[in-house]
Design a protein around this ligand. Structure first.
Ligand SMILES: [Zn+2]
Length: 459
């Protein structure tokens, strides 16, 4: 606390230049209306319909049925997206992302993988693209069993329901960014569908601003029956793909990967629009030793985070439906809480809508790494019509604790010392909307345009 008082006082006095926040209130009404439009009853109907297809195992594609199996579910999901697209004024299109997956060491044969992708086109083609993802395939006790039921109500009918419901409340609205609503196939065998889709985006040089992945988000009780109806976990990786650990350590950026800044943004959006929900940030890429479709994005260097319910009940996950010693096993709708799933969906809608209308994050953010200089010298490329905020926190804090508005400047010197604080920069547009924060790259003053090695000595 001493640290905070000491430096908070210093910051306001020692800004280099004029600064000034001047942010007007954010245009929140549209987002609040979308959030309040989420329907628990509709989520239940979608989820129970998905369960009604009996199994959605990847290998049930061979059933060639309209009422049972993974492709029967796929066709129904596509039809729901197409009904939603009819409300979008022609901005939403729906397509399969499909390919033939060869046999692997863990799968018995070649198989067609077919994901459903709804694209809600944004108004600015240069803006980052955001993804809300789920997987619609399911499994029972045996990963490749396509015969016995695999209801997959929670894993992952819950998230497909959330994605469809988010698409429904958002499709009539215009956003700056394009939003992709994804129901992936083949997650249970190795993230097949999401890996193919993320690679397709990457090959097309798509600027993906982040993937909000949802997987197992429909129940709020733990295995003792304790209820946590207002908590959702949000996982984010510590280091981006390809990070050089020594460089990360020298730049003190092990807790500031783009995925983690995205997670902090999501938590802020939830606090603003769904304040009854606590988004519990977990600083791991996924549960211990486990994974999800967001990794198909982070593996390619895109930001990605994963939502999951507060506790998972393993009697209801990856289990054949059966009763043993009076205990019901199986991933059945009776174990879900659709009011809870609605709140998780609302968190996604709040975050996605906030991201999709946010200004681009500042580019080329750099921190002067002159080791003999107290304070922090930051520079970035400024854009017309944008102002900026520097965020900072003690190195041991989980989230940003201080905001310093610096107006339209692109070069500031703060008396918050980079040697025992962490700093980042974010953009603010004329309506007061904030971007995701950007952690600075380490820059040496000599030969770095825009950074000085003498400014600090005037302090
Ligand atoms: Zn899953």
């Amino acid at each position: 606390m001493t640290f905070r008082r000491l430096f908070a006082a210093a910051v306001s006095a020692m800004l280099c230049g004029t600064g000034g926040a001047g942010a007007s209130p954010a245009p929140d009404d549209g987002i609040a209306a979308m959030v309040s439009g989420v329907s628990p009853a509709r989520l239940r109907t979608i989820d129970e319909t998905l369960v009604g297809f009996g199994t959605r195992n990847l290998f049930s594609e061979s059933l060639h049925s309209q009422t049972r199996g993974v492709f029967a579910a796929r066709d129904w999901i596509r039809a729901q997206f197409e009904r939603i697209a009819a409300t979008s004024g022609g901005r939403m299109t729906v397509a399969f992302d499909e390919y033939l997956q060869p046999k692997t060491a863990y799968t018995p044969r070649d198989v067609e993988v077919s994901s459903v992708i709804a694209t809600l086109r944004g108004t600015d083609p240069s803006a980052p693209v955001y993804v809300m993802s789920s997987h619609y395939d399911s499994r029972n006790s045996h990963g490749n069993d396509a015969t016995k039921d695999a209801p997959g109500a929670d894993d992952n009918g819950s998230a497909v329901s959330a994605v469809l419901e988010a698409a429904r409340v958002m499709a009539p609205h215009r956003f700056r960014s394009t939003i992709l609503f994804a129901a992936y196939d083949g997650e249970e065998q190795g993230l097949f569908g999401s890996a193919h889709h993320a690679k397709t985006l990457h090959d097309a040089q798509t600027n993906v601003g982040g993937d909000l992945n949802n997987d197992i988000v429909g129940a709020s009780t733990d295995w003792h029956g304790h209820d946590f109806p207002y908590v959702v976990r949000l996982y984010s990786e510590s280091l981006p793909a390809g990070a050089d650990v020594r460089s990360v350590d020298r730049a003190a950026s092990e807790n500031d990967a783009p995925s983690r800044e995205l997670a902090r943004f999501v938590q802020d959006a939830a606090a603003k629009f769904v304040p009854q929900m606590h988004v519990e940030l977990v600083f791991m890429e996924d549960r211990f030793g486990r994974g999800g479709d967001q990794q198909s994005f982070t593996d390619l260097g895109y930001p990605g985070v994963r939502f999951v319910e507060p506790y998972e009940d393993y009697n209801h996950q990856h289990q054949d439906v059966r009763v043993e010693h009076g205990v019901q096993y199986g991933d059945l709708p009776q174990f879900e809480d659709f009011a809870y799933l609605a709140r998780v969906t609302q968190v996604n809608v709040a975050a996605l809508a906030s991201l999709a209308d946010s200004p681009d994050p500042p580019q080329s953010v750099q921190m002067n790494a002159n080791g003999f200089c107290f304070g922090s010298e930051l520079r970035w490329n400024a854009s017309a019509g944008r102002s900026y905020e520097v965020l900072w926190r003690p190195t041991t804090a989980a989230d940003w604790e201080h905001v310093v508005p610096v107006g339209t400047q692109s070069h500031v010197f703060l008396r918050v010392d980079k040697d025992h604080a962490l700093l980042a920069v974010r953009s603010v547009d004329a309506q007061g909307r904030r971007s995701v924060a950007v952690y600075p790259a380490l820059a040496r003053p000599k030969g770095t345009p825009g950074l000085s090695d003498s400014l600090c000595h005037t302090f």
